[in-house]
Design a protein around this ligand. Structure first.
Ligand SMILES: Cc1cc2nc3c(=O)[nH]c(=O)nc-3n(C[C@H](O)[C@H](O)[C@H](O)COP(=O)(O)OP(=O)(O)OC[C@H]3O[C@@H](n4cnc5c(N)ncnc54)[C@H](O)[C@@H]3O)c2cc1C
Length: 420
């Protein structure tokens, strides 16, 4: 039997069966009956986090079943709904999310389970928008949990370890408009000197670059427009020059609506880098990412620039973003504001393995936490030093899933420390 692969084709699932229930009763029966099972989302993670030794459950046959609560400013939706589907619904009904990842093709459950994030000094990860969750626990029982409940902060960035999430309630806000502008060739010295000013120059700011030059390649500003004031076009301060689009080279410009730069448009089309209709872009790539405490970002940049030539030989592009700190135990932004340093690599597994190990050796001692959905080398012992609540998380998982029904190799290695 041919096995299923993830989006990037760099991971082949070991699970022998993928079940596709279309009702809650069928799902509960499956979970109660199976001995090793996990949920799979849109398969956009670059590692085996979603895998199971036996069975997987794909909930994409569930109807999204959108329910908006206007007074509470929330929307409740089926877990496997993609952001593509959700933003289309919200946009037409006058609502918005606070932020988006670079692409909308991922599922809501998959994104919030790994602490997926966008950018913005005042924007938390997508998981911070979760106001409530409903999941099928190991017994087949349905559990509901809301923000403010005792276990909530431990369960939201849950890595699929607590059960199969069926419904998610997210905070929403009235829809808004965004205008994008791009600048090229910002001197590294200016980024280092004016980092806070540059990263706060718009609602969401991304710096796209390689590491061995004297300048960063692009600064991408997404300015939130208000009713009161149309923001001025940000001038090319700091020595950067206006650019037509934010991408380095042409390859990953696919999906980016270049003509819409400088033109205000709906949040749903401007916050993700890649548009819904465009497909998720070229999948011959591997990604890794580290969330470093914001106060050490300049030190981290210096260390990465020192090995910049080695990085650049295998790199497509780095994206630097800021994310607000939060209180979710396994969020890479737990406890402090964060700078996310992302790497899109060429699809060259062996050299990428070597250079990402070197980067991890550089960033972990600075407090850099790896993105749960991307390439990770660190084991549970190393990660326990970075996540102060990791031992609480293990205890909570054991409470909800004493027999380890939802455990897999990824959790054994990176969370529980029971790897081979
Ligand atoms: C091209 C590309 C761009 C990306 N851009 C960003 C970005 O901008 N920012 C960022 O932070 N990350 C980014 N990522 C990473 C991506 O957001 C994460 O890997 C995310 O977890 C993928 O979601 P998914 O729906 O594919 O879930 P999967 O990869 O299928 O699963 C991820 C985890 O969610 C769990 N899960 C899924 N569904 C359920 C459920 N119903 N119940 C319980 N657990 C569940 C799985 O068990 C697994 O542990 C990107 C990835 C790609 C491929």
């Amino acid at each position: 039997m041919s096995r299923e692969q993830n989006w990037a084709n760099n991971y082949t699932f070991k699970a022998a069966h993928i079940h596709r229930p279309d009702s809650l009763d069928e799902l509960r029966g499956l979970v109660a009956r199976l001995s090793k099972v996990r949920a799979i989302g849109a398969r956009h993670s670059f590692n085996g986090i979603a895998d199971s030794p036996d069975d997987l459950i794909d909930l994409s046959a569930f109807d999204p079943h959108f329910v908006t609560d206007a007074p509470q400013q929330t929307v409740t939706v089926s877990a496997a709904t993609t952001y593509t589907e959700l933003v289309a619904y919200l946009q037409t009904s006058g609502w918005a999310l606070h932020n988006m990842a670079s692409l909308p093709h991922i599922s809501i459950a998959g994104a919030i389970s790994t602490g997926t994030h966008g950018s913005g000094d005042t924007n938390g990860t997508l998981s911070t928008a979760v106001a409530g969750l409903e999941f099928v626990a190991s017994t087949g029982d349905l559990v509901q949990i809301r923000r403010g409940n005792a276990d909530f902060d431990g369960i939201v960035v849950g890595l699929g370890a607590f059960g199969i999430i069926t419904r998610i309630t997210l905070d929403i806000q009235p829809r808004f408009e965004i205008r994008q502008d791009a600048f090229a060739d910002l001197p590294w010295a200016a980024l280092l000197d004016s980092f806070d000013e540059i990263m706060s120059a718009a609602y969401s700011v991304s710096v796209l670059t390689r590491w061995s030059g004297k300048t960063v390649d692009r600064v991408w500003l997404k300015t939130r427009l208000t009713n009161e004031r149309t923001a001025d076009i940000p001038e090319a301060r700091w020595g950067a020059v206006p650019a037509l689009h934010p991408y380095i080279g042409d390859k990953h410009a696919e999906g980016c609506q270049l003509t819409e730069f400088g033109v205000p448009g709906p949040w749903s089309q401007r916050l993700p880098h890649v548009q819904s209709a465009a497909g998720a872009g070229a999948n011959d790539q591997i990604q890794s990412e580290y969330m470093v405490p914001r106060h050490v970002a300049r030190v981290a940049f210096g260390k990465l620039r020192a090995i910049g030539a080695a990085i650049d030989s295998h790199l497509i592009a780095t994206e630097i973003r800021t994310v607000m700190g939060d209180s979710l135990w396994l969020s890479p932004c737990y406890g402090h504001d964060t700078v996310a340093i992302h790497f899109t690599w060429k699809s060259e597994p062996e050299p990428v393995h070597a250079i990402t190990s070197k980067i991890e050796d550089t960033l972990l001692p600075l407090g850099g936490r790896p993105h749960w959905g991307k390439l990770i080398h660190a084991d549970a012992r190393q990660l326990a030093r970075l996540y102060p609540r990791l031992h609480h998380f293990r205890d909570l998982v054991r409470t909800y899933d004493p027999a380890g029904k939802f455990r897999n190799e990824f959790l054994d290695k990176h969370v529980f420390g029971e790897a081979e």
